[in-house]
Write a protein that binds this ligand. Structure first.
Ligand SMILES: NC(=O)c1ccc[n+]([C@@H]2O[C@H](COP(=O)([O-])OP(=O)(O)OC[C@H]3O[C@@H](n4cnc5c(N)ncnc54)[C@H](O)[C@@H]3O)[C@@H](O)[C@H]2O)c1
Length: 270
């Protein structure tokens, strides 16, 4: 909508119109109230924190995980994401119940230590299956549904390993590099249907996945010292960025990476 400024000749300003959701939520651009959010790997760690934060902010959260021992105000579905042939019907069931899917957070992931990661096919296959193929199948199932209501936000949890080399974990790094690029492909192909896709790229966060280096004094200090903030991340550090990317506050942001790494990637060293 264009607005004339009184007293100024031929001068107009472009008024930014609130999207329907923002106006419904009283102009709170960060609102995720009533949004239907599906999150994978929501039982613990980063996924648990994000699911909890979204649920507390009023979103209708559906968690998918192997099993649940952490209760939240969410719908919890026990499902092994390596069963990719069943993902389409899983997503159809969720859509039938809620009528729509406003956001998908591909968070489930594995990082498997291996004595010989270049010869260990099972590690490679499992890592790619959970971290990349499941996310691809989830997006393939969810995008047509989001497109049918012309809106949606996909948030993929990548890693510094999507771009930087870390020792002895090639499968993880390949999977996260693929996921990072999947996000950009989604943004390219589904943007005109109202779907945004972005990466949250965490640094070292204190979860079960990183317990070994968190509890190793030398590695703990090294990781801490390489951040500009001189601390490890907590899963709670990811909640704000996830809410931002799912809410209308990020309505023109797509195909990009948000680093939540305490300054790791900005650190020039010395
Ligand atoms: N912790 C970090 O420092 C860090 C850094 C960068 C990226 N990440 C990413 O954040 C995401 C969450 O990691 P986290 O640190 O919370 O790890 P985590 O191991 O604590 O949690 C991973 C969750 O994924 C679930 N999951 C694993 N395989 C699954 C499967 N086949 N089907 C369904 N669910 C499955 C697990 O049950 C678990 O709840 C991952 O994608 C990880 O790669 C973590």
């Amino acid at each position: 909508m264009t607005k004339k400024i009184s007293g100024a000749n031929n001068c107009t300003i472009q008024e930014v119109s609130l999207t329907p959701n923002a106006s419904e939520s009283g102009g709170n651009y960060f609102s995720v109230y009533n949004r239907v959010v599906v999150i994978t790997g929501g039982n613990r760690g980063n996924g648990f924190a994000i699911a909890n934060g979204l649920s507390n902010a009023g979103a209708k959260v559906v968690r998918i995980d192997l099993a649940f021992d952490n209760k939240l105000n969410t719908e919890d579905i026990e499902f092994d994401l390596t069963n990719q042939t069943k993902i389409k019907s899983l997503v159809e069931d969720i859509t039938e119940k809620y009528g729509r899917i406003d956001a998908l957070v591909n968070n489930a992931g594995v990082s498997i230590a291996s004595a010989n990661p270049y010869a260990d096919e099972s590690t490679y296959e499992k890592t790619l299956s959970v971290n990349l193929h499941a996310a691809f199948a989830m997006c393939s199932a969810v995008c047509p549904i989001m497109a049918s209501h012309n809106s949606g936000s996909i948030v993929n949890l990548t890693s510094l390993g999507a771009e930087l080399a870390f020792p002895n974990n090639p499968s993880y790094q390949i999977s996260k590099a693929g996921l990072r690029q999947l996000t950009k492909a989604l943004a390219r192909d589904w943007g005109e249907f109202g779907i945004r896709a972005n990466n949250i790229c965490p640094g070292y966060i204190n979860t079960a996945m990183t317990a070994k280096s968190f509890t190793d004094n030398e590695l703990h200090q090294k990781r801490k010292n390489n951040t500009l903030m001189k601390r490890w991340g907590e899963s709670a550090d990811l909640v704000g960025p996830a809410i931002f990317l799912i809410s209308d506050a990020s309505s023109y942001i797509t195909g990009t990476d948000i680093y939540v790494d305490g300054g790791w990637t900005a650190n020039g060293g010395l």
